[in-house]
Design a protein around this ligand. Sequence first.
Ligand SMILES: [Fe+2]
Length: 294
Amino acid sequence: MTEGPKGGRSAPFEIAKVAGSLGAEVRGLDLAQPLSGTQAAALRAALAEHLVLFVRGQSLGMAQQKRATEIFGPVQRVPYVEGSAEDPDVIAVLKEAEERRIGVFGGDWHSDFSFLERPPAGSLLHAVEVPPYGGDTLWANQIEAFETLPDELREIVENRGAVHVGKPHGVKWAPQPGAGLSRSIKIRRGDPEADRERVHPAVRRHPSSGRRALFVNPIYTTRLEGMSEAESAPLLERIKQHATRPEFTCRWRWRAGDLAIWDNRATLHYAINDYDGHRRLLHRTTFAGEAPVA
Ligand SMILES: [Fe+2]
């Protein structure tokens, strides 16, 4: 793959970084067509390196998006969120123009479904309809966040578990009744099973690159192992402040046809909810991952 003038003649596509820490645009790729083995391997390598990839101008039906997803891993049907009517493996991430002052899916820093035994390895998001402004998505590089963590926080998280709970879907941490919740995305709530605590290493080793990433989730992590929720809270807040520093982020301004592919093991993301009065629809697929290892 090309990165500036060093790219070889055999490069299957071009790569252009979009920010200093993570994120790269891939050019010269049509994911509606099957990729060669060489292209697919290069794309996986690009994801391992850049953690988020963006491909503009993709015309993808759901079946084509699922095939693109399989380049990275088996398609995973996620729990607690109802799939689209056309294909249960695809989530329609939708906010209607008349849904004002509601929370949106993904509207705080998080990685997806970290409370599962095997959290997803990543996701693909394809923009179908975008607002005239706003609705950008942010990602934050958790490898760099770990590598730059102040020593006293590093000592706390290394060799320690973090406890994850599927808060929005359980009973104990359920959102207040009357809180502005999406009507367009059917999220299953009130399941006591979602309240069970799941411990994952707070620092996980990436299976592709071997690099270590902070794996503490601002939405789902309730405490650090060996500490109460109250003891953990100020530490979790400091970790979040560091993990989401602007220097570790990239921000994507969506156009219809854009496809984002992200690594869910080593990034956090955030969907900015600043487009009340406009409709926004993206199709999301997810690929399966493994139990995190320290
Ligand atoms: Fe998300």
